[in-house]
Design a protein around this ligand. Structure first.
Ligand SMILES: [Fe+2]
Length: 133
């Protein structure tokens, strides 16, 4: 099983955001491991819910920082947040409704979902906030 590892290449240079990202990566790894080890569905569902809630909370955190520091790309970034949450909620709904196991493809989707958000969307936000927070 492939684990996501947080390192300096994932840093957005704002400690409070990096701290959230490390937490999300830790939850993702727990979920990926639970799926690989075929843990029972209730445990996987609990981890998925924790990841979704933690991500939603993290997005509110970033949105507050964007507001406080007048980030010009705020509307686009918030739009991306809402699409990311919709995507993972859909995966979660399917999982709960069908009772099927999460597949490797679902884990790969979540991995991309997390890494791309950090690497693509949060880097310019971090650059804007660095030194301000
Ligand atoms: Fe983020």
């Amino acid at each position: 099983m492939k684990e996501l590892v947080w390192d300096r290449t994932l840093s957005v240079e704002v400690e409070e955001i990096d701290e959230d990202h490390r937490r999300l990566i830790k939850l993702f790894n727990l979920l990926a491991r639970a799926v690989a080890e075929e843990e029972d569905a209730a445990y996987v569902a609990a981890l998925l819910e924790e990841l979704v809630c933690c991500t939603a909370w993290h997005f509110r955190h970033e949105e507050r920082l964007m507001l406080k520091h007048g980030y010009e790309e705020r509307a686009a970034h918030e739009q991306e947040h809402s699409e990311l949450i919709d995507g993972v909620r859909e995966l979660q709904r399917d999982f709960l409704a069908t009772g099927k196991r999460l597949a490797d493809a679902d884990i790969e989707y979540l991995e991309r979902w997390l890494a791309e958000h950090i690497l693509v969307a949060d880097m310019p936000l971090g650059a804007h906030l660095a030194g301000l927070v």
